[in-house]
Write a protein that binds this ligand. Sequence first.
Ligand code: NAP
Ligand code: GDD
Length: 321
Amino acid sequence: MAKAACITGVTGQDGSFLAELLLAKGYTVYGLVRRLSSPNVANIRHLMDQVQLLDGDMTDQSSILTALKESRPDEIYNLAAQSFVQTSFRQPVLTADVDGLGLVRLLEAAKEVVHDARIYQASTSELFGLVKESPQNENTPFHPRSPYGVAKLFAYWACVNYREAYGMHVSNGILFNHESERRGLEFLTRKVTHGVAMIAKGKAKHIELGNLDAKRDWGYAPEYVDAMWRMLQQPKPDDYVIATGESHTVREFVKLAFREVGIKDWEKHVRTDAKHLRPAEVYTLCGDASKARRVLGWEAKTKLPELVKIMVEADLERVGG
Ligand code: NAP
Ligand code: GDD
């Protein structure tokens, strides 16, 4: 019989790629979707007749319970989150509710309905925050720097606790930044590639950014959802860092994006404004994914120049003539 999987956050960047991957593997795929006044289904429009959508919200215990009763999944991927770090400073309580308590609501529902289901939690390199060593691995101490990071830290430990206390198969994927043509426009990479496409097509003159010196380990999202799946195929639950192992500045990303459209004097098109700075910044991130390579057989393939190319080309196409 086909395995069933339930994805929270199925309308997001990762949720949509993961749904594609699981459908290709023959899974029956369920997706938890919250009610919005205008449905946000752009990322899964092409999958609407294949994914079974379930009403639910991570802030609502009974809807999560009902969704698990209806889907009875073998695997649960918890990707739902208020995932924008900047917003978490303005909406700390909502972020804690969705990203922190939401995971506990899901674990409680799973404990009751599908105790043996394998569960993936979308943990993050934001847990390392003010980094204590570089590169960061599964043993690096945490020091989150935002309400988002703090909520995700609570969720991380809740997963470890449900594993130890109830013997549940819960794994944390500590994923470093991963991007794609489906990334939200508020995130740095998409803001830049979309902005560059607009400038190249004569529809805009500038991009306005914050800290150009921040460093991130940026990978390609479709490869990262494969790592999620691999974690749940392991006989024992565990925690894994998923990253490329390369770290680049925001400035380098911007320069590469402008290079894709033949603009060399990129500084002329970039303004900075303090409103894009964060009250506490994560200055640098670089992941050591050697455990994932060894145990899961997973390795990042797409490096930064190729990632930038994919994203700029998709935005040029979207922005049009
Ligand atoms: P995303 O594009 O922002 O997607 C977030 C998803 O969560 C959307 O489907 C959103 O639904 C859903 N959601 C938000 N609030 C909800 C609520 N109250 N109830 C139910 N669903 C809700 O994020 P992503 O980039 O795909 O990331 C997926 C997960 O990985 C997130 O948990 C993120 O924090 C984590 N993560 C991401 C990265 C990265 O670099 N992308 C790295 C590490 C960890 P709507 O469409 O209705 O808004
Ligand atoms: N968004 C944004 N907008 N970021 C900017 C800007 C700007 O105008 N200018 C500079 N930056 C810098 C930010 O200060 C940060 O250092 C870096 O660019 C990346 O910012 P984001 O793309 O917003 O991502 P993030 O690293 O804060 O968080 C993402 O990655 C995490 C994993 O490390 C999100 O996807 C999180 O959900 C995820 O957990």
